[in-house]
Design a protein around this ligand. Structure first.
Ligand SMILES: Cc1cc2nc3c(=O)[nH]c(=O)nc-3n(C[C@H](O)[C@H](O)[C@H](O)COP(=O)(O)OP(=O)(O)OC[C@H]3O[C@@H](n4cnc5c(N)ncnc54)[C@H](O)[C@@H]3O)c2cc1C
Length: 453
C-alpha cells in the first residue's frame, strides 16, 4: 500500500483537505493535537440556561455567496440543515445610543451621500468631510496597502473610525488601519484597483451581486456549526487521530516522515493545516525563510461570552441582528450579536441569546481579567446598551491566538512560502486561516485546493 497523505491539524481547513483526499481515493491520516476536532469551530450547551439546543461558541455563519461551505454541506448530506439569517439590520453603539448603519455599503464602506447626510452616527463636520472626499477620482491602487491607507483619504477619519473599523477591525479582532486590503477586504481592494470614483466602483459591485443573487448572502447550520465538523469527522472515520500532535518532520527521499506522539509515520505528502507558529516550527529545519514568514503572522485574541435570559428582561426589542462598538467608545465589548433575532434556530420564543465579543489586537484588557470579571463587565455594558435587567446565564469561551492578522503584502508572502516549499521541500503544503483567508469558505477552499495540488 502506498504511503498515506498526512494532514496535520483537524480544524476546518485540515478536515476539508482530508475529506477531499478521501474523495480522490487517497489513503489519509489526519493528526489533531487536541482532544476534539474543529479547532476554532465549536458549539455546545449553555449550561443552566434552559435551552433545548446547542449554541455556537465562535463561528455561527459563513458567506454563502462563496459557495465552498454550502457545497460541502450538500456533499455531506447537511443541505437541509442550512439556514439563512433574518437579514435584520445591525447597529453601531455611539455616544450613548444605538444608531443605524448607513446603507448601502460594502464591508462597512458607505457610498451614498444621502445615507450619511441622514445618519445620526456621523457629525455635520464628518459628513462634510465625507462629501468632499467620496467622489474624488483616485489613482488605481497598485499592489497592496492597509485598509486605512486606502480608505481614510477617501471617506474621512470619522466615517472610517465609526463605521469601517468597527466592522473590519471587529471581524478580525484587529485594526483596519493595519489590515491588508488585498487579503482582508478583497471587494474593497477590487474597487480601489479600479481607480476613479469609489462610489461608482462599489455601486457596480452591489449591482453585480444583486443581479447574480441566488439565495442568501450568509448561511448557518441549524444545530450549530459543529455539525459540519461532526459530519467531516464521521466521513473520515478511523483516519483521524485526535490527541496526536505532529512533533517533527523528516525527509525520507521522495516523501516525509512525521513524528507524532512518539511514533513515526511515513507519508507521500504532508498538508500542514496547523496554526502558523506550529507549522513554522515543523518546517523551520528545511525552509527557514518560509518558517520565519509564518512565525511573523501575529494573531488576535478574543473572548466570546454567550448570555441567555428571558426576553422580557431586556428593554430593547432586539429588532435587528446586533451592534458593533467603535474603539472610541471605550467599552470592553467590540460587538453584540442578537443571535435569537438573527437566527430562527436560536429563537425559542422565550429566551434572548446574546453573543458578546471582546478583545482586539490593541485592546488586551480582558487578558488581565478573571472570567467572572469579564462576564460582569460585559453584563453591565448590556445594561447600558440594551437595557438588560436581571441576571443572565453566561458561558465564556476564550479564543487566544485565534484570528490571524493579515498585514499588507500578506498574499505575496504566501506566494513566496508556496514557491520555497515547492523548490526546497517538495511534498509539504502549508494551508489554513493564516494563509489565504480566515472565513470558513476560504478555509474550505484552500484545504480542498491543497488536497488537489
Ligand atoms: C471567535 C471567532 C468567531 C469566528 N466567527 C466566524 C464566522 O462567523 N464565520 C466565519 O466564516 N469564520 C469565523 N471565524 C473564523 C474561522 O472560524 C477560523 O478562521 C477557522 O475556523 C480556522 O480554521 P483552520 O482549520 O484554518 O484553523 P484552526 O481551527 O485553528 O485549526 C488548526 C488545528 O490544528 C491543530 N493543531 C495545532 N497544533 C497541532 C499539531 N502539532 N499537530 C496536529 N494538530 C495541531 C489545532 O488543535 C487545531 O484543531 C471565527 C473565529 C473566531 C476565533
Amino acid at each position: 500500500m502506498s504511503s498515506p497523505v498526512i494532514v496535520v491539524g483537524g480544524g476546518i481547513t485540515g478536515l476539508a483537505a482530508a475529506y477531499d483526499l478521501v474523495q480522490q481515493g487517497r489513503t489519509v491520516v489526519l493528526l489533531e493535537a487536541d482532544t476534539r476536532l474543529g479547532g476554532k469551530i465549536n458549539s455546545g450547551p449553555v449550561t443552566g440556561a434552559g435551552l433545548a439546543f446547542d449554541v455556537d461558541m465562535a463561528a455561527d455563519g459563513f458567506l454563502a455567496r462563496q459557495p465552498d461551505v454550502v457545497d460541502l454541506c450538500h456533499e455531506l448530506g447537511l443541505g437541509d440543515q442550512l439556514v439563512a439569517p433574518s437579514g435584520a439590520p445591525a447597529y453601531i453603539w455611539f455616544d450613548g445610543a444605538l444608531r443605524n448603519i448607513p446603507t448601502p455599503s460594502v464591508l462597512g464602506v458607505p457610498f451614498d451621500i444621502a445615507s450619511i447626510e441622514n445618519s445620526d452616527l456621523i457629525s455635520p463636520a464628518g459628513t462634510a468631510d465625507f462629501v468632499a472626499r467620496i467622489d474624488k477620482p483616485a489613482n488605481p491602487l497598485v499592489g497592496d496597502a492597509s485598509v486605512g491607507e486606502v480608505l481614510r483619504p477617501r471617506v474621512g477619519d470619522e466615517v472610517f473610525e465609526r463605521l469601517i473599523d468597527p466592522l473590519l477591525g471587529g471581524i478580525n479582532a484587529g485594526e483596519a488601519d493595519r489590515l491588508s486590503i488585498e487579503a482582508g477586504a478583497a471587494q474593497l481592494a477590487d474597487a480601489a484597483r479600479a481607480g476613479g470614483s469609489l462610489p461608482v466602483a462599489l455601486r457596480a459591485q452591489v449591482d453585480a451581486s444583486l443581479a447574480a443573487a441566488a439565495g442568501p448572502v450568509f448561511n448557518g447550520l441549524r444545530g450549530g456549526s459543529h455539525q459540519l465538523i461532526d459530519a467531516l469527522g464521521a466521513a473520515l472515520g478511523d483516519r483521524v487521530r485526535i490527541s496526536t500532535p505532529a512533533e517533527r518532520l523528516e525527509p525520507t527521499g521522495g516523501g516525509w516522515r512525521v513524528w507524532a506522539d512518539g511514533e513515526a509515520i511515513d507519508a507521500s505528502r504532508v498538508i500542514l493545516a496547523s496554526p502558523s507558529w506550529v507549522t513554522a516550527g515543523l518546517i523551520a529545519p528545511y525552509v527557514p525563510e518560509s518558517a520565519a514568514m509564518l512565525a511573523g503572522v501575529s494573531y488576535g485574541d478574543a473572548i466570546l461570552v454567550t448570555f441567555v435570559i428571558d426576553k422580557s428582561k431586556i428593554a430593547n426589542p432586539l429588532n435587528g441582528s446586533g451592534f458593533l462598538v467603535p474603539r472610541s467608545q471605550g467599552l470592553l465589548m467590540t460587538a453584540c450579536s442578537w443571535s435569537s433575532s438573527k437566527w430562527g434556530h436560536y429563537d425559542d420564543g422565550i429566551h434572548a441569546i446574546l453573543r458578546v465579543s471582546a478583545g482586539r489586537t490593541d485592546d488586551l484588557r480582558w487578558l488581565d481579567m478573571s472570567t467572572a470579571d469579564i462576564v460582569d463587565a460585559l453584563r453591565r455594558e448590556l445594561v447600558t446598551t440594551i437595557g438588560l435587567a436581571g441576571e443572565p446565564t453566561a458561558r465564556a469561551t476564550p479564543w487566544r491566538q485565534s484570528l490571524p492578522q493579515y498585514r499588507p503584502g500578506h498574499f505575496d508572502r504566501c506566494d513566496d512560502i508556496d514557491a520555497q516549499l515547492a523548490a526546497e521541500a517538495p511534498g509539504l503544503t502549508v494551508t489554513g486561516a493564516q494563509m489565504r483567508g480566515l472565513g470558513l469558505p476560504a478555509c474550505v477552499r484552500q484545504g480542498r485546493a491543497a488536497a488537489q495540488a
